[in-house]
Design a protein around this ligand. Sequence first.
Ligand code: GDP
Ligand code: IMO
Ligand code: MG
Length: 427
Amino acid sequence: MPSVILIGSQWGDEGKGKVTDFLAEKADLVVRYQGGNNAGHTVVVGEQEFKLHLIPSGILYPDKTCIIGNGVVIDPGVLLKELDYLIERGISIDNLRISERAHIIMPYHKKLDEVIEESKGASKIGTTKRGIGPAYMDKAARVGIRFVDLLDNEVFEELLEQNLREKNNLLAKVYDTDGFDKDDVMEEYLGFADRLRKYCADTSLIIHNALKAGKNVLFEGAQGTLLDLDHGTYPYVTSSHPIAGAACIGAGLGPTQISKVLGVVKAYTTRVGEGPFPTELNDEVGKHLGTVGFEFGTTTGRPRRCGWFDAVITKYTVRTSGLTSMAVTKLDVLTGLKTLKICTGYRWGNEIITEFPSNLKVLAQCEPIYEEMPGWSEDITSATKIEDLPVAAQNYLKRISELSEAPVSILGVGTRRSQTIIMDEMF
Ligand code: GDP
Ligand code: IMO
Ligand code: MG
């Protein structure tokens, strides 16, 4: 039963795409199970850089089955552009399968995402404006349109009509903006349906049969623990569940079929969008992390907020996702910093907090408690084993592992596949 769930352990952009691509070599199936094209996963192969939003990062190997599971919300126009982008670059997409139960992002979801954000003013979430939240809202409200519904003209027309009645009213009366014409949307979306029909499948069954046959299945999470709808920094979160438990729901299998959970952990912390971030740095070190780490959103291009490693967060991820190990990425970005700081807890008034708080007002007032460690100046980007690293880098890694309460099985020292050190094989 070789199945591994890979998740983001902080606020997203930990390097899930790179680690997924690396592990995909030994996987037979790579499965996305939540989120949508709010995700941006960067993979570097040779001289080429690929930015993937919806398609699993296993697609760059010709022989892997790549699945978009039922838990993902799909913008069909974006998906087709991504398929064309891959085809143009010589990548085969024949092995892509899309769950018939996945929900579809409609034009009104994108418009609502925009106007809802605007109406919030200073308390905006800073969403990617890709329609993710409104699409999941409709799913929960039981008025969503699934891939299987899009493929049936009659069902699609009926659902679209019902939805437009409500959404056009909402857009006009609450947000004072234009709605959508049914015929225009029908024409555009039936065109999408024609092109995507051949990828439609019962993907839960494909995964089930693969596991039964002893094949290796890798589940590629999007976003990160602190963007989780239940366990993140609510309301500054996304509308799906980036924690490991979601893989079972979003792909259609049971928890007994999972063998390992790998948390991808950046060697420091970043965040895109609004919301509290205790270890955020607005100084030269923050600038170093942003510049050397090239911390700009893959989807929106926004500069990412940067800060020191926060072990309160990673310990929380170990707990909420049951991590069996961690893949630490971007250790190379810390090279050149004289002293490194690791947050071990928060000071809140007279109290010391060591478990991640649910109250955002408290979190916003938390002062990080730091432990300091010496940095290193040697280039580590060609290290191929742990022993190649300067002792200070080895000690830093050991300390974040101890504080997070999980072993490190993979280490990243650069963007390329070859810049990956394996301590413990996943498959
Ligand atoms: P994801 O959303 O978790 O897949 O992460 P992103 O792709 O949005 O952001 C991670 C960025 O860091 C990408 O540009 C990767 O190419 C890059 N990256 C991943 N691992 C490493 C690493 O170990 N070192 C360096 N320097 N860059 C890395
Ligand atoms: P990957 O998979 C980083 C953030 C947005 C915003 C919040 C809600 O690349 O790690 P949404 O559009 O989802 O309603 O926005 O979530 N966000 C991400 N931040 N990486 C991501 O994905 C993100 N996906 C959403 O910036 O703060
Ligand atoms: Mg990203």
